[in-house]
Ligand binder design. Sequence first.
Ligand SMILES: NC(=O)c1ccc[n+]([C@@H]2O[C@H](COP(=O)([O-])OP(=O)(O)OC[C@H]3O[C@@H](n4cnc5c(N)ncnc54)[C@H](O)[C@@H]3O)[C@@H](O)[C@H]2O)c1
Length: 432
Amino acid sequence: MSDRYLSFTGTAPGRFLTRRLGLPQPAALRRWSPERPALDGDEVLHLTAGGPAPLSDSPSGSPSAVVLDATGVRDTDGLAGVHAALHPVIRSIAPSGRVVVLGAPLDPTDHHQAAAQQALEGFTRSLGKEIGRGRTVNLVRLTDRAAAESTLSFLLSPKSAYVSGQVIEVGTAASAAAASAAAVTVDPDRPLAGRTALVTGAARGIGAAVAQTLARDGARVVVLDVPQAEEDARRLAERLDGIALALDITAADAGERIAAELPDGLDVLVHNAGITRDRRLVNMPADRWSSVLDVNLASVLRTTDALLAAKALNDNGRIVATASIAGLAGNAGQTNYGASKAGIAGLVRSLAPRALAEHGVTVNAVAPGFIETRMTAAVPLLIREAGRRMNSLAQGGLPVDVAETAAWLAHPASGAVNGQVVRVCGQSLLGA
Ligand SMILES: NC(=O)c1ccc[n+]([C@@H]2O[C@H](COP(=O)([O-])OP(=O)(O)OC[C@H]3O[C@@H](n4cnc5c(N)ncnc54)[C@H](O)[C@@H]3O)[C@@H](O)[C@H]2O)c1
């Protein structure tokens, strides 16, 4: 569904009027395309907090991104180096540019270091809210720079257009499997070549975009959806050179049926299928509660358990589940949906270390904010308009924004990213 306000503010009279009225000024976000795969602007500027001060007139003119290494910040004095490094250059960063702050894990034995490193989180989220012009700010906490390469290339590309204000931990659950996965060499244009990816609820909306994006990255895609959506699933699978699987994911034996369908195993499993049945709790009959919990959470647990037990997920495999900011922030009328999506975050955090240690499989989730799909087109106009604007980028995201995030998590070199719930929400004010 089109965002008419965004189109209007892209015109000269629209810009004039909205500026005069003090209304939000969403920038047209630069997204990835084969013709324009890199960010606009000049070279990425690499700075270190406490390092040599950058020239106020940046040598690279208008950098496409700034990477600030703040891993060495151990106390509040060190935080002055963050200000000293970024203050002179922030204005020059190109539209839809990036700021990526590199931090270190919090040291439980040193509260000065922990305070300073946690401060980077508040800094990142605050800068994300003020930077404007379609630019994003994210914090990556890392222990091993090499293990974070796939994460940095995602954040420093147009693929992360709608990911802002996030704190992503890389390598904290580093095990032998994660370390070896980080060293995997892949074709950068087709990182998933030779891999099989299954996406549930892929006949339309976000799931269809995920299937397309994983196919673009070289995966053989299995497009799973309910039998009623079989025609759409089949058409998409044909277009992507993949296969369609008509299956209700709530079937008790769904996991076993998927495993039987894929004798060579599965490399990437994206749990995307989801439904809403909104009502306030006082008006909610038990069937609306249970259908949402079953599709959005119980079936995810059941199929994941069945596929892991059947060893159907190959080594260096990936599970990407779909949460929602409604599960993180809560939403009136969505006690069932919010519970189901918060449950996904719990599943991810608990299973991730074990799945990596026992199966060599990472488990992460994407948590979309307001994404323009049929699901959000059904939301009443005023609430829809509020949902679109109440984020730092002042617009809704597109299904492809969630898909690109899933593709980064699915990347063979993302083995050190584990147990993360990454919001794709333009830094929504909800649950921030
Ligand atoms: N659109 C948003 O703004 C938004 C925000 C947060 C989270 N999400 C989540 O993203 C996911 C995709 O959302 P969407 O907006 O594309 O929804 P959508 O309604 O457009 O598509 C959902 C798909 O899942 C399929 N599906 C539903 N029940 C199924 C079942 N039992 N078995 C197999 N397939 C089933 C549907 O047939 C449909 O093709 C969902 O999990 C949703 O909760 C969406």
